[in-house]
Design a protein around this ligand. Structure first.
Ligand SMILES: NC(=O)C[C@H](N)C(=O)O
Length: 326
């Protein structure tokens, strides 16, 4: 095994929670959390524990915050991105422990802010806290370490035995250990089958003009997310778009439809775009390949100037919208 230096950034989440008298809240940070995750209570951590004892893996720690990820805001994601950016040159990989509820948003935000990271940057967490019976905390953490041992680079979520590209990950289960999927099935890898990812990377790197790493922090913006549904109206949409938001993401039906028979919908969006605002559209299907050219309803909307986000997660669409607003 090659010697590896891994930076661990802890931010809170269920993985670090205990009952605090008023419900679960995170209170285990930094090396306290990692020592617990690698303790002898977890046979699944044995190989990592041994490698750490032998000095083959060296962990450095940084506790950036200790919050339920429901409290995660853009400014916190920027703090994480800054810490990652500062650490890239000195480590073979970076693991961020994070609550699951907004993990996909942070993965998306990091993917937008940090371009062409030279090492793996992996977010992980758990559905049960490190001290709960049957917890998935240690296995997820150890899988993340195993992923760092591979020659991959990029931003990922490691969870439930899978590694998912941070631009496509979305949380689909509030309880099950298999909590995340990829909105494009091509960007999820079984942790036991990482060779596939490596092969893909090699191919990508051959084809890519090797671009330099760059970091552009996100600014705080107010983005509206709208989901199309049959009990929605153009009138309500007009009020929502006029509410002061700086850009909008609309989740459309299927390949990319909305009630185009109701002219109000189209004219509201047209008016909004004419004022210089941006409207991003994406399918509301979990597995998606948004394409507004297939149906007439989609083409009518496309003609109004909306911008299509094809297969990325809605979380990524929102962060992309944040980054696109001047
Ligand atoms: N499983 C979890 O981590 C949920 C928790 N509420 C959080 O996102 O911080």
């Amino acid at each position: 095994m090659m010697n590896k230096k891994i930076k661990i950034i802890t931010t809170g989440g269920t993985i670090a929670c205990h009952e605090g008298g008023n419900g679960f809240r995170p209170d285990v940070e930094g090396d306290n959390l990692i020592n617990r995750l690698l303790s002898k209570d977890f046979p699944e951590a044995e190989d990592i524990r041994k490698a750490a004892d032998k000095g083959e893996i060296r962990f450095d720690f940084c506790s950036l915050m200790c919050i339920d990820s429901s409290d995660m805001r853009i400014r916190d994601q920027v703090k994480i991105a800054e810490e990652v950016s500062r650490s890239l040159d000195d480590y073979d990989g970076i693991i961020i422990t994070h609550g699951t509820d907004t993990m996909a948003y942070t993965a998306a935000a990091l993917s937008v802010m940090l371009r062409n990271v030279p090492v793996p940057v992996i977010l992980t967490g758990s559905q049960l806290s490190v001290d709960e019976e049957g917890t998935d905390a240690s296995v997820n953490f150890c899988d993340s370490v195993r992923a760092v041992m591979k020659e991959i680079r990029g931003i990922y979520i490691c969870f439930g035995g899978y590694l998912i590209d941070g631009r496509y990950a979305t949380k689909v289960d509030s309880d099950d250990p298999n909590a995340f999927v990829s909105t494009d099935r091509a960007y999820i890898y079984n942790i036991n089958d990482l060779e596939l990812l490596i092969t893909r990377h090699e191919l990508l790197m051959e084809n890519e003009t090797k671009e330099e790493f760059s970091f552009k922090p996100l600014a705080e913006k107010e983005i509206l997310l709208i989901k199309m549904h049959p009990a929605f109206s153009g009138k309500v949409l007009r009020n929502m778009l006029g509410s002061g938001c700086e850009a909008a993401v609309i989740e459309l039906y299927g390949k990319g439809g909305l009630p185009a028979g109701d002219e109000e919908f189209l004219s509201v969006i047209e008016d909004y775009i004419k004022k210089g605002m941006r409207v991003f559209v994406i399918s509301q299907c979990i597995y998606r390949d948004t394409d507004l050219t297939r149906y007439e309803v989609g083409r009518k909307l496309l003609a109004k100037g909306v911008e299509v986000i094809k297969n990325y997660s809605t979380e990524y669409a929102i962060m992309y919208a944040v980054s696109s607003v001047e």
